[in-house]
Design a protein around this ligand. Structure first.
Ligand code: SF4
Length: 309
């Protein structure tokens, strides 16, 4: 078993941010405001607008374990907790199950990387082998757990920003990497390229759909034919406060007009889970996906100068 204290740098108590709630867990000034902690444990972590803070201290073993997930996930070791809570804690806690699907069970990998600004990565565990969607930071405990689950057969890199430690994962599991040709300079070692706008069937129940906009080579991955799981990279994410699906002009690095056309390309999907690189994940009820995307497109049309939500 990997123990937390032997593996991770810890946040510094002298840099504890003032707005943390009094108690054992804290965020320090090294926080880069990536959002990983409040996505995985919103009961204890929240954004201030420029960083994260502990809004409520965990109460009881189960809540402490949840807060420790955030601590492990943090890409810059900005979350601290006292030794009596970390010394005997296992680091073998990721990946964690998000949802079961007939085409493969989906796990959240944790271990976010600073290189991808804390982007989320996901593992599909299926009959045809496992697929890693975007790259977590290299982690021996995570690699050990994934090995137990059968390793990695393919890595899909949704776009140039979230390639992180793909080289370590590809080497450890001797697997092929897929990236779009237009973002391939971010991972020149990738063995396979998606070219142009055509949808590519990576396997029976997994499609790659090019969605240029956020970057020129952005693409999404869609698992299943019904009740689909959409791995959206930074093309789309969920805003829980406003209950809207977000395509962001402010975070569009290549071409906003093309990004909106790429949003339209996804209207006919039947998405059950939206699992993004950044931002919140969301579970949709039947029929809600199309309505949510229409709303996103209407909002973009009404506010052409900005769709920051
Ligand atoms: S995960 Fe770490 S860096 Fe990211 S917002 Fe939380 S404390 Fe800050």
């Amino acid at each position: 078993m990997y123990l937390l204290d032997n593996l991770l740098a810890m946040a510094r108590i002298k840099d504890r941010l003032k707005n943390n709630s009094p108690g054992p867990f804290f965020v320090d000034s090294g926080c880069i405001d990536c959002g990983s902690c409040w996505h995985i444990d919103p009961e204890h972590f929240a954004p201030t607008g420029s960083s994260s803070y502990v809004h409520t201290q965990p109460d009881g073993q189960q809540e402490v374990e949840k807060a420790l997930l955030a601590l492990i996930d943090c890409p810059v070791a900005a979350i601290g907790a006292p030794k009596h809570l970390t010394a005997k804690s296992s680091a073998d806690v990721f990946p964690i199950l998000v949802t079961k699907h007939p085409a493969g069970d989906v796990y959240y990998c944790g271990w976010s990387s600073k290189r991808s600004f804390g982007a989320s990565s996901w593992l599909i565990h299926g009959d045809e082998g496992n697929v890693l969607i975007d790259s977590p930071r290299w982690s021996a405990p995570l690699a050990k757990q994934i090995k137990k689950m059968g390793g990695i057969n393919q890595i899909v890199l949704t776009h140039r920003d979230d390639v992180a430690d793909h080289a370590n994962w590809a080497k450890a599991f001797n697997c092929e990497r897929w990236i779009h040709q237009d973002d391939a300079d971010a991972a020149p070692e990738a063995e396979k390229l998606v070219i142009g706008l055509d949808v590519l069937s990576l396997r029976k129940n997994l499609k790659l759909i090019p969605t240029p906009g956020h970057t020129k080579g952005s693409m999404v991955a869609v698992l299943g034919d019904q009740q689909q799981i959409l791995f959206s990279g930074d093309h789309l994410w969920w805003n829980p406060k406003k209950s809207v699906t977000v395509a962001s002009k402010d975070y569009c690095w290549w071409n906003w007009t093309e990004q909106l056309k790429s949003v339209e390309r996804l209207l006919d999907l039947e998405v059950h889970w939206l699992l993004p690189g950044h931002g919140y994940a969301h579970e949709f009820m039947p029929g809600q996906w199309n309505e949510a995307l229409e709303q996103t497109l209407r909002h973009a049309a009404r506010a052409p100068s900005s769709v920051k939500i």
